[in-house]
Write a protein that binds this ligand. Structure first.
Ligand code: RBF
Length: 163
């Protein structure tokens, strides 16, 4: 988690495995598109930076974060991916809708990880305000899309190592 003490989007001191030869699926929610496009750009650039081929990255869009689980399942069922990255942004409002969406996605992606034995990375921002979202999508707290990609690479490498 990013904080005033540690911005995890700076990976310069962390040993990240090569992503060469791995296949990645990225599911992007269209709600709060300004934010999710930045998350996607960060994730895709990070995968490429660490050796993934452009042709090894498949992107699909879903309407909102609630649909991330369904989109990820559809992608996983169709293709052979080493990791799936799910990107969304749910801004806390005054209704309980926020909790329903976030809990559904967190639980859905956990279930998919268990079902497929592969990483389904939770790259969903859950800020209180749009400014906090901007700060975490290429702003002063880095880009959580980058962090999601690094998690995907590390977990894909771990899955291969243990298989
Ligand atoms: N989807 C998001 O990705 N982020 C949101 O902040 C968000 N807020 C929503 C607020 C309300 C009141 C509703 C009804 C939907 C919202 N959605 C949001 C869309 C949700 O993820 C999903 O696409 C729809 O509920 C249709 O299943």
């Amino acid at each position: 988690m990013s904080s005033i003490y540690k911005n995890l989007s700076d990976f310069s001191d962390i040993n990240i495995p090569s992503a060469k030869g791995y296949r990645f699926g990225i599911v992007v929610a269209e709600w709060n598109r300004e934010i999710t496009e930045s998350l996607y750009e960060g994730a895709a650039q990070t995968l490429l930076l660490h050796g993934a081929e452009q042709s090894a990255i498949t992107r699909i869009n879903v309407p909102g974060s609630f649909e991330l689980t369904a989109g990820a399942e559809m992608l996983a069922a169709k293709g052979s991916y080493d990791a799936l990255i799910c990107l969304g942004c749910v801004i806390q409002g005054e209704t309980r809708h926020f909790e329903f969406i976030c809990q559904a996605v967190a639980s859905g992606l956990t279930q998919l990880t268990v079902k497929y034995g592969k990483p389904f990375v939770f790259g969903v921002l859950t800020p209180d305000t749009m400014q906090q979202a901007l700060d975490r999508a290429g702003g002063k707290h880095g880009n959580k899309g980058d962090e999601a990609a690094v998690t995907a690479i590390k977990m894909a490498a771990l899955a291969r190592q243990l298989s």
